[in-house]
Structures are given as C-alpha cells and as structure tokens.
Design a protein. Structure first.
Length: 149
C-alpha cells in the first residue's frame, strides 16, 4: 500500500477494518512499517461514553486506551503486508499499567514498537501519553487471521 506519513483517517481506514464509532486513531504521525509507529487520537469531548464514565469527572476508559494502542500497533504491522484481508485480534495484554488519566479534549499520543512479528503473531510494546505524561503502557499480543468476508 502506498501511504505517505503523516496520514489521516482515510488512510487509516485503508489499512484497518475499524469504522465509526470504533476508530481510535485520528492520524498517524510517523510509521516505519513493521517496526514502529507514532499516532494521535484527538479525544472528542462530545463522545457519548463520557456521559457515563464518569458524569461528574469524565475520563477516557482504560480499555479504550488499550484498544487505541492496539489499533496503532496493528496499523504498523499490517500497512506493508501484501496480504489484504488480514486482521489483528487481541491475544493478550501483559504488564498493563495506567499512570495518568486521559480527559476530554486531550490529544493522546500512541506509540508502539513491534518486538516480534510472524505470519500469525505480533507482539508490541506500547505507550500512551498526553504531552510528556505517560498515561498507559503494556506489552500487547495479536493473532493475525484472515477475515471471513
């Protein structure tokens, strides 16, 4: 796939199967396919999830942060693969730590470094930051499988 970086939502959707309301990347800032990525998510204050998490102190749920990191790492792992129709499914999250809250209006920086990649499995060390504050870290594992379209 011929994608130039930085890139936006249109190119993200060329690589990932996710669509609204479950695309958790706004842009890819830089990417070395198969190696590393830096992406960003503009945390929209109008997201409906903030009405329930939590009404008096809205914060982006940790599971959404982990999903955003997985989307960034999956983009990095899949962007240069010739075999279209391959999806990355969570196989595990190790050593997850949540250090700072992500608030409505924040720009969340998503970084991933692919530490292992084969035709069936990808392992990535991931980190989410707002400014210079680390919000979450983990080692994530994804199994690669062909979509059943």
């Amino acid at each position: 796939m011929d994608i130039q970086f930085p890139c936006g939502r249109e190119d993200i959707e060329r690589v990932l199967p996710h669509r609204d309301p479950f695309v958790w990347m706004t842009r890819v800032v830089e990417c070395t396919p198969g190696e590393s990525i830096t992406a960003e998510l503009d945390v929209d204050p109008d997201l409906p999830l903030f009405h329930g998490h939590f009404p008096t102190h809205p914060v982006l749920p940790g599971v959404i942060i982990m999903e955003a990191l997985a989307q960034a790492a999956s983009f990095c792992a899949l962007v240069d693969r010739a075999d279209e129709g391959v999806l990355g499914f969570f196989a595990g999250i190790d050593k997850a730590k949540f250090r700072n809250q992500v608030l409505p209006g924040d720009v969340l920086t998503l970084s991933a470094r692919i530490v292992k990649s084969s035709s069936r499995m990808v392992v990535a060390d991931v980190e989410a930051r707002v400014g210079d504050k680390v919000c979450a870290t983990a080692t994530q594992k994804y199994v690669l499988a062909r979509s059943e379209e």
